[in-house]
Design a protein around this ligand. Structure first.
Ligand SMILES: N[C@@H](CCC(=O)N[C@@H](CS)C(=O)NCC(=O)O)C(=O)O
Length: 208
C-alpha cells in the first residue's frame, strides 16, 4: 500500500486533498504533532517533515510539489499532464507557493531560527508579514485575473496549496478580508466534498 503521512494543520493537507480529488489508492496516515520527530517517522523521512509518501517497495518521496507532480502523473487519468498550458502553470504556481510563500512562513513559524534577541525577532516578524502581504496580494490578483473560482482558471493542485496558505493567514496579523478573491476561494474550497474529506482525514475543521 502507498501511504501519505500527514499532521493536523500542516501543508500535507494539500496532497491529502489531491488524493481525495483523484480518489487515488493512497492511505492517509495522520500523525499527532510531535510524532514526526520520533524514530519511527525519522526512518521514513529524516527531514522530520510532512508530507511524505512511502511506496509499497519502501521508496519514499518528500516535498509537497514533488508529491503532487507524482500524484497527477500516476493517478490523474491524463488530466494532469505537464505538457499543457495549465500543467506548466500549475508547476509554476506550486513552485512559487512552496518555495516562496511557504518558505516565507519560516519567519513566522520558526522566528527563533532567524534571530536571537526579542527585538530582532520582532523585526524578523515585521519583515515576514510585509513579505507575506505582498505574496497574498500577488496570489489574490492572479486568482482574480483568472476569474476568481480556481487559481489558474480551472481546478488544479495549485488550489490545494493555496487553501493551506489561506488557512495559515489566520495565524498572522494579516487578514483574509484584505484579499477578497482569496477569501472567496477559501469558502469555495470548504464547500468542496474532497476538501471536506481531506480535512476529516487530517483531524481538521473547516474555518467557515
Ligand atoms: N519543503 C517542504 C516543507 C515541508 C514542511 O515544512 N513541513 C512542515 C509542515 S507544513 C513540517 O513538517 N514541519 C515540521 C515541524 O513543525 O517541526 C515541502 O514543500 O514539502
Amino acid at each position: 500500500m502507498t501511504t501519505l503521512y500527514t499532521m493536523p494543520g500542516t501543508c500535507s493537507l494539500s496532497p491529502n486533498i489531491a488524493v481525495a480529488w483523484l480518489d487515488a489508492p493512497v492511505e492517509i496516515h495522520n500523525m499527532a504533532y510531535g510524532d514526526h520527530r520520533k524514530d519511527a517517522y525519522l526512518a521514513i523521512n529524516p527531514k522530520a517533515q510532512v508530507p511524505a509518501v512511502r511506496f509499497a517497495d519502501g521508496d519514499v518521496l518528500t516535498e509537497a510539489a514533488a508529491i503532487l507532480a507524482w500524484l497527477g502523473a500516476a493517478h490523474g487519468k491524463g488530466n494532469y499532464g505537464r505538457d499543457t498550458v495549465i500543467g506548466r502553470k500549475e508547476a509554476e504556481a506550486l513552485s512559487f507557493m512552496t518555495s516562496e510563500v511557504h518558505a516565507t512562513y519560516g519567519g513566522h513559524f520558526g522566528t527563533r531560527n532567524f534571530a536571537e534577541t526579542p527585538a530582532a525577532r520582532d523585526e524578523v516578524k515585521r519583515k515576514t508579514y510585509e513579505k507575506l502581504a505582498r505574496h497574498y496580494q500577488r496570489m489574490n490578483d492572479e486568482l482574480g485575473a483568472n476569474g476568481g473560482e480556481w487559481y489558474l482558471g480551472k481546478r488544479s493542485f495549485a488550489d490545494t496549496f493555496l487553501y493551506v496558505l489561506c488557512r495559515w493567514i489566520d495565524q498572522t496579523p494579516l487578514s483574509i478580508d484584505a484579499y477578497p478573491a482569496l477569501k472567496q476561494h477559501r469558502a469555495h474550497m470548504e464547500a468542496d466534498a474532497g476538501v471536506q474529506l481531506a480535512l476529516k482525514r487530517q483531524d481538521m475543521e473547516p474555518l467557515g
